[in-house]
Design a protein around this ligand. Sequence first.
Ligand SMILES: Cc1cc2nc3c(=O)[nH]c(=O)nc-3n(C[C@H](O)[C@H](O)[C@H](O)COP(=O)(O)O)c2cc1C
Length: 398
Amino acid sequence: MLINIEDLRQRARRRLPKAVFEYVESGAEDGYTLNANRRGFERYLFRARSLVDVSARDQSTTVLGQKLSTPLILGPTGLAGLLAPWGEVLAAKAAASRGSLFTLSTMSICTIEEVAAAAPPPLWFQLYVWKDRGITRSLVERARAAGYHALCLTVDVPEMGNRELDRRNGFSVPPRLTFTNVLDIFRHLGWVLRMSSSPRATFGNFIDTGSLAKKDAVSVAGFTNRQFDPSISWKDLEWLRSIWPGPVVLKGISCAEDARLAVEHGVEALIVSNHGGRQLDFLPAAIDVLPEVVDAVQGRAEVILDGGIRRGSDVVKAIALGARACMIGRPFLYGLAANGQAGVELTLDILSKEIDRTLALIGRPRLSELDRSALRMDLLPSTTEPRAPALRVLDGAA
Ligand SMILES: Cc1cc2nc3c(=O)[nH]c(=O)nc-3n(C[C@H](O)[C@H](O)[C@H](O)COP(=O)(O)O)c2cc1C
């Protein structure tokens, strides 16, 4: 039965080859930040009010002026099209069908144009700045021509994070049959068959740019470290502004100083994010950074929380702490691997039902009624403490 995000995760794990599932699942180095993103939510408990009329509930919101039925945004995830054929198109259609919105990664399998042609707006395009500024400009111009609403610039990848599982698995794009993965691939012939209807198995947006030939097998880290520009800085925002007339969203903000700089540079929205624990390890949980950023921004830009959302209650906590909406990565990828477009729709349905139920149970029927008084933070010690002593006791007893 698929009744929560963990069920979708287990289904995805069964349906995908090990190297592909671990590409989705893994974090950088010791996984501190990956785990902290989940555990961080445990620090925030609810202060529920009783005898409130919660018969009419509303979780709709607006993000950058666009109405969403639920405060959930599908985040940019490279290579989603390896989980299901036409994966990015399916996810974008699912987002539209549930009144959410989809962000297309620069590193997608389906192209900017393929997604825009198949899925109704609103769509955001996530940009990585290429060393070759001609390629960067052309990506931005293509997104503009295809009608994407906002440009989401990811700022936490000056160098690819150290994802050791990808290295151990020899994960490449396109995936290759190797001595170590041959048995596993044969156990997942369903995936091989499904993927035979995929338009391609490599980064679609670069096929025609000369930076990647269709047949090249590259590691994600190797390719991106060769192409991404580690010299980008705040001054490049002005250049981006000159070629992109719409709203700009910065993804990967993790402290108050950068939040203030983002506002000073006229950014319309920023995303508190540590890239789902895939970049710098030992950043704090995204939810723990959120209050600092919200306080620094003081309402001058919209703030979105990204990282570790697995329950609707996580979303309610983030909104109570000042986020306008939440972005999800792995949860919708699990849905996509589990059952294509319907699986992503199920991800959104599960989370929005959980949001709805939480709003009822805490006595705050509308998102607009959420503030920090809906939470209590005084009952638990810091993020990683609560379980460690208990585990030690169990180990000792064994
Ligand atoms: C498989 C995968 C690929 C990703 N690719 C990108 C990407 O291309 N660009 C980007 O800005 N973030 C990327 N991310 C990060 C997500 O946008 C998001 O920050 C992260 O997944 C949020 O954490 P969550 O998975 O716990 O929801 C990726 C994440 C995953 C899991």
